[in-house]
Design a protein around this ligand. Sequence first.
Ligand code: FE
Ligand code: MN
Length: 341
Amino acid sequence: MAKKQILNASNVDPNKILPMKYPWAREHYKNGVANNWVPEEVSMQLDVELWKKTGQGALSDDERRMILYNLGFFSTAESLTANNIVLAIYRHITNPECRQYLLRQAYEEAIHTDTFIYSCDTLNLDPDEIYNMHLTIPSIKEKDDFVMNFTQSVFDPTFSTEGLQNIQRFVHDLVGYYVIIEGIFFYAGFAMMLSLLRQNKMVGVGEQFQFILRDETVHLAFGTDLINTIVEENPDIWTEPFKKDLMGKIEKGVDLEIKYAYDALPKGIMGLTPESIEDYLRYIADRRLERINLPTLYNAKKNPFPWMSEIMDIRKEKNFFETRVNEYRTGGQLDWDDDQK
Ligand code: FE
Ligand code: MN
């Protein structure tokens, strides 16, 4: 009988999900379902008023710049990750419980794409400006160009995961999608938008970013379990030069994200400086490296934004008379891995 493994298990029936071999895939699926949401559930009324406001109590130019940069980056990055899952990853992962999760993740990316359509519509932003920022803003373009290095398996229809070098290539791309894009490139934006939410500004967009952050935490957890399982099943791929290559790519990703943070927020806003975001990015990068069993790069042991972890732990429960998420989870439905924070 064919061995049930993640890659190159061509004799395994992709439609026979039970019995399951990888319970983690099922768990991430259920965590995704527990965070189910759609952008229209979140009122944009206060955001629209604040966005239009001039004079006393209006957003500062720095705050506006920071908001536009993040809408610009995320609006296209979300569909980029959706395309990667559907076109590059799904084809090579035949295990049914992993595929069930990938379908869930693709749906969540569609929800995220919808969030930025909703924001553009309600705030009456110029869609050409927002959706072209990945071309017109160099610090965003550099991030996008960098991730295009991780798409060999998308653009080459003959690519297969047979053989050591191809498995390395595939794992390299998975590290690009899950660890660098979803685990690092989204995090300066999360810190900026959620810091604004803490000041009670742009609370609708902030709440949507909060939901996205919780989804992305699960995507990252699935991605790292997937990577670690492939490495476990193919231990020969985990050579010193390969590990060095991955670490170099992660380091480059951190550099680009730091550059983006300084560009989006050159002077800082209340409670948030670009220097503190830089520290935060080094801290999370070290956690991501540990999660896939690589040595840390920055010796960053202290989280400068402990409130980010609190935000991930708050259960989605909304009081309909307020726009803030204000109830804490009571059950154990959502159990976020500590090392993902
Ligand atoms: Fe997403
Ligand atoms: Mn994602």
